[in-house]
Design a protein around this ligand. Structure first.
Ligand SMILES: C[S@@+](CC[C@H](N)C(=O)[O-])C[C@H]1O[C@@H](n2cnc3c(N)ncnc32)[C@H](O)[C@@H]1O
Length: 205
């Protein structure tokens, strides 16, 4: 459902979000803090969509690979940012060795996974991150499922979940991360909900 929806909207999505981070100082600060605190090594952006955050992270000096469920999104990302690596894949089962990546950014991409499946996703992210590696999450705050029948100018059918920051923090801790940064902010502009951000570090084992 999610893959088909993002395959359908890929081109329009890329057009709509291209400059969306401009002037967003808090988000710039969070991504810069991630870049500053992540250990040396390769970083993944899981659920990279059209690649705008992958490019941002690259410009912050990191060696980053973008991964997304939607082949059409990956085609758009490769066309927009031909100097970067993009792969089709799922954060539920990453094609990466245990303890092999320095950090993972999941920027508004855990929002399509039913909350009851997120513990398994965080366990998978923990598996591939090195001890002391860093995780950065962004998501809409709340506690509800929203069925989307129209998005980015297209008829689609998929779900998005607004997620409770305390609940997500507890899941991340259960998955063997220590939370370092939690941010909850009021909606800005067109946003219908508050937004939440969480940065967490894998415990040394
Ligand atoms: C709202 S978009 C965010 C894209 C990008 N991070 C950005 O901020 O522009 C959500 C993306 O997550 C991807 N996605 C959803 N579930 C995924 C999963 N299990 N594994 C990989 N990608 C996923 C979707 O295909 C979509 O491209």
């Amino acid at each position: 459902m999610t893959r088909i929806a993002y395959d359908t909207v890929a081109e329009s999505y890329a057009d709509l979000v291209r400059g969306e981070l401009d002037g967003r100082h808090l988000e710039h600060g969070l991504l810069a803090t991630f870049a500053d605190r992540v250990p040396a090594g390769e970083v993944l952006e899981v659920g990279c969509g059209s690649g705008r955050i992958t490019e941002h992270v690259h410009r912050l000096g990191l060696d980053v690979t973008g991964i997304d469920l939607s082949p059409n999104m990956i085609d758009v990302a490769r066309r927009e940012y031909p100097h970067l690596r993009f792969l089709v894949g799922s954060m539920e089962s990453l094609d990466a060795r245990d303890n092999s990546v320095a950090g993972i950014v999941a920027w508004y991409s855990i929002i399509h996974t039913p909350p009851e499946h997120l513990p398994a996703v965080f366990a998978e992210l923990n598996r591939v991150v090195v001890p002391d590696g860093l995780l950065l999450l962004a998501f809409q705050s709340g506690d509800e499922r929203v069925r989307l029948e129209h998005a980015y100018g297209h008829s689609v059918s998929y779900d998005a979940y607004r997620l409770d920051l305390d609940a997500i923090a507890a899941m991340v801790v259960d998955a063997n991360f220590d939370v370092e940064v939690r941010v909850h902010r009021a909606p800005v502009g067109y946003e219908p909900t508050p937004q939440a951000y969480l940065m967490a570090r894998k415990r040394p084992s």
